[in-house]
Design a protein. Sequence first.
Length: 167
Amino acid sequence: MLNKSCITMEKKPASFLLTPLEIRSITVVIPALNEEGNLEKLLLYLEETFLKLGFTLPVVIIDDGSTDSSPEILACLSKEYEFLKVIRHSQRQGVTGVWKTALTHVKTDWIFWGQADLESDPRTDIPLLLKACVPGVDAVAGWRQKRGDGKIFASKFANHACRFSLV
């Protein structure tokens, strides 16, 4: 049984008493590496999501040193979509480098981490994340279930490797 007298409640700023939906202090961050075939569809999905929600959120795509035509495509898309900001790494820095860049440039209370490879769909994921972010919740994580993208083995391997490295 938990001794309630041992629990201390940290006083949080007023913004933590409201949901991300209420304060809209959310940025969608999407790392991209050589995703030229997915970028236009991704931004279309994001636009559809925002139209359905009735508001837009800032989107930061961090191009992690792409060597395909992703930089040119992103330059065009950033002119088409007001909510899009593109940050480009001149060379690949990996996930840690992308996170550092995101944390340096994003000043909102919440970051929704997306994927440019379209493994997840912002049209379903963003509304679900918004619904899960309630006062008192500091973080929300999800995972893909019933995958239909043929990457089940690779995903299981990566998950086992992560679990093994945490032990």
